[in-house]
Design a protein around this ligand. Structure first.
Ligand SMILES: [Zn+2]
Length: 147
């Protein structure tokens, strides 16, 4: 499952799929970017030309919340997170800096969309957060107070 189409999150998909024959999913919004059928917006277009990545051989759209064993795929506006038992793999929704969770707007989100995504999963009872950038951290009450 790819959380979103950014180059730093899809760069190994081709090789991992080739080596493991694993099925690969992404949000239907992101597949055209991943497969090169749609140009990335803004500066991402420039990064994509400087750092080209191989496209996966096959990718399937993921469009609704599903559960595969203990793994739950959670779609939020503009992003996908993965819940495994009490651990949330939050992709680029948040990052962890010095043990603190903070919103991670970088170039993926406008601030409003990011806040909407973070808020939309507040009621999920995860205990740990593994952001794509930064170290894993215990949730405590941090999710509710993300700055
Ligand atoms: Zn990232």
């Amino acid at each position: 499952m790819l959380t979103h189409h950014d180059l730093d999150h899809i760069g190994n998909a081709f090789m991992l799929q080739k080596l493991t024959k694993a099925k690969l999913w992404a949000s239907s919004e992101d597949i055209p970017f991943i497969m090169g059928n749609k140009e990335r917006p803004g500066i991402k277009k420039i990064f994509a030309s400087i750092f080209p990545v191989k496209k996966p051989e096959e990718i399937q759209p993921y469009n609704k919340d599903v559960k595969i064993g203990d793994i739950e795929i959670i779609k939020t506006p503009g992003h996908v997170s993965i819940l495994y038992k009490d651990v949330l793999f939050a992709g680029d929704l948040v990052k962890c800096k010095s043990g603190k969770l903070i919103a991670f707007p970088n170039m993926n989100f406008d601030e409003e969309l990011l806040r909407k995504s973070i808020k939309s999963i507040t009621s999920i009872p995860f205990k740990w957060v593994c952001p794509a950038h930064g170290e894993p951290v215990e949730r405590g009450n941090q999710w509710e107070t993300i700055k």
